[in-house]
Write a protein of this length. Structure first.
Length: 388
């Protein structure tokens, strides 16, 4: 089937920018430091309320009504509650499967974080730190988590697939994105030695993860490898006989990243980039392995009215003063054109997952967040920006 999906971001894996109120009373910028700055009682209460209210059964009904058929659910490495001070969330994932099966949706379980992080992003669990792949015991811990998830859900009709790790950053992208300046580590000594993941490591980890996951999956369910921001380098690895018909390649394509690579900030510039890169590259790779765009959205600097330097705000300490006012009608035209072009690109592969289903930002009263509401698929659909 063609995947038409959405991410349930910020539900079981927190991202401060998507729900700043969760981090009130702390200086924490990521999930690692949140429980270290709250009392155990406050942390537990805050997490229980968030998880019970942020996503519920009615959201699955709404996702179905949007015409979607799949949800990608980011989960943390501490999902089973065995890594204090974090609180596990396996019961929430159990409920999600029941909801998905009621409404005829399928789930991609996405292991979104790893101990000591696989990318140094805030969404990797701890900012500025990327040492997971250098720590054999933590690599083994992740493999155990994946095997347990596969055994728990591998025969469920609601499962579509399992992603062994989200966005493991390559050595090249670690340098290009200047991670430790964009995501400043709180403890420099903990971050010391951080670096991108080698291609050789990723190939070995993916092979090992496949061997732990796939034997537990029912027929027709997939192991989904993220491309490590290197879409076109995987052919020799992915065409190994043991993978045939059992894997999907996941690529994440954001227009804000295209801007970082020099894409002109105009509708014509974006559409040209989408056609020249997204469409052609995905079509090329789809020839030998199914490809999904596991994360994308409508966000772009043109609709914000100023260059966001790759999706940053002044909260990142970046000077983004100036800019121009963008009317509601102009914004609508920009988003509709870019939605159509990107949906056409994803059809060259096997489908997509929008990032994300919802967020809790005040994009009206908070100047830093104006123009960021398109990250919210529900609002984008309500505003007529997004339509299948």
């Amino acid at each position: 089937m063609e995947i038409k999906g959405v991410n349930l971001g910020n539900w079981l894996v927190l991202e401060k920018w998507m729900s700043p109120a969760l981090f009130e009373g702390t200086t924490a910028e990521d999930e690692y430091y949140l429980p270290r700055q709250l009392s155990p009682e406050v942390y537990e209460a805050r997490m229980k309320v968030h998880r019970s209210e942020y996503i519920s059964e009615r959201d699955f009904a709404a996702i179905k009504r949007l015409g979607l058929n799949t949800v990608r659910i980011p989960v943390p490495y501490f999902i089973f509650g065995d890594r204090p001070p974090f609180i596990g969330c396996i019961e929430e994932l159990d409920r999600a499967f029941s909801w998905a099966e009621k409404y005829g949706l399928q789930i991609l379980i996405d292991l979104h974080t790893a101990p000591l992080s696989q990318n140094g992003f805030d969404n990797g669990g701890i900012c500025g730190v990327c040492k997971w792949s250098q720590t054999p015991e933590e690599v083994e811990f992740v493999l155990d988590v994946l095997e347990k998830l596969a055994k728990r859900y591998g025969q469920r009709p609601g499962l579509w697939g399992v992603t062994p790790i989200n966005e493991p950053i390559s050595e090249e992208m670690w340098e290009k994105m200047d991670i430790q300046h964009r995501y400043v580590p709180v403890e420099p000594e903990l971050a010391a030695g951080s670096r991108g993941n080698s291609f050789d490591f990723l190939k070995q980890f993916y092979s090992d993860a496949f061997d732990r996951i796939q034997p537990n999956l029912a027929e027709g369910k997939y192991v989904v490898f993220h491309d490590g921001f290197m879409l076109k380098v995987w052919k020799e690895f992915l065409t190994r006989p043991k993978f045939q018909g059992k894997i999907v390649l996941d690529t994440h394509q954001y227009l804000m990243m295209a801007e970082m690579f020099g894409c002109e900030q105009s509708v014509e510039g974006y559409i040209g980039f989408i056609r020249e890169h997204y469409e052609k590259d995905i079509a090329e790779v789809q020839e030998y392995v199914p490809v999904v765009c596991g994360e994308w959205c409508l966000f772009n600097s043109l609709a914000v009215g100023k260059d966001t330097k790759g999706g940053q705000t002044e909260l990142n300490g970046v000077d983004l003063s100036g800019g121009r006012s963008v009317s509601a009608e102009e914004k609508r035209e920009i988003y509709r054109a870019l939605c159509k072009a990107q949906l056409e690109a994803w059809k060259k592969g096997s489908g997509f997952f929008y990032w994300s289903y919802k967020l809790l930002l005040d994009t009206v009263n908070e100047p830093n967040w104006r123009g960021w509401d398109c990250w919210d698929l529900g609002k984008s659909a309500d505003e007529g920006w997004f339509a299948l």
